[in-house]
Write a new protein. Structure first.
Length: 208
């Protein structure tokens, strides 16, 4: 599941706990892709940022008019997921509550999404349903936000379709503006950033 794998591991962990089969799950993702053959492959696909070499902190510019693509990142992120009863029993520090998840695919192309974003729309709608939430109850959206010419408008359309008028009121940003695209690790690393945002009341972003 490529760059969704870290996020999906969290969702599958939630399902395992809900099923009653386990009380605690380690869920996460890791990827190490910054090597010549991988960089060349993505460059051939024209999905990497090429400018701002003299100011690399501005190279990853999700949703920016002048975006060119993403910057490869590396890393790992893991969660300890557990039932509330189990967490209370061991007197664990509870950082956040995971209410729901969902996964989908538009089966459009291995490397590009359907421009109308039907798969993303389904995933977000199903996640809201699973969490028993309505769009107005969402306070922040951590976008996939790769910064490619194709992804960002597709994701924007999907968010507007699902959240309607609320999409214009909900803060939206992409963690990839700060850490690059960590591929298989991106979902869990960005989920950790979201949890820390909840703790600190600050949404992460870089102003280009």
């Amino acid at each position: 599941t490529a760059c969704a794998s870290g996020t999906q591991s969290i969702g599958y962990g939630l399902e395992l706990i809900r099923s009653g089969k386990v009380d605690l799950v380690f869920a996460g993702g890791v990827d190490c892709l910054v090597r010549k053959e991988v960089v060349v492959a993505f460059d051939v696909m024209t999905v990497l940022a090429r400018s701002n070499n003299d100011a690399p902190e501005k190279a990853s510019r999700p949703f920016d008019t002048h975006r060119e693509g993403f910057v490869l990142g590396e890393g790992a992120g893991f969660f300890v997921l557990e039932s509330l009863d189990h967490a209370l029993q061991r007197d664990a520090h509870i950082y956040a509550e995971l209410l729901g998840h969902a996964a989908s695919s538009d089966a459009h192309h291995i490397a590009t999404p359907n421009p109308e974003g039907p798969g993303a729309q389904k995933a977000m709608r199903w996640a809201l349903e699973d969490a028993h939430l309505i769009p107005d109850q969402v306070d922040y959206i951590n976008a996939h936000g790769t910064g490619t010419r194709i992804n960002d408008p597709t994701e924007t359309k999907a968010i507007k379709k699902v959240f309607g008028g609320s999409a214009y009121q909900i803060p939206i940003s992409s963690t990839k503006s700060m850490i690059g695209h960590c591929m298989g690790a991106s979902g869990t690393i960005e989920a950790i950033a979201c949890v820390m945002s909840l703790q600190q009341g600050i949404q992460g972003r870089i102003q280009a």
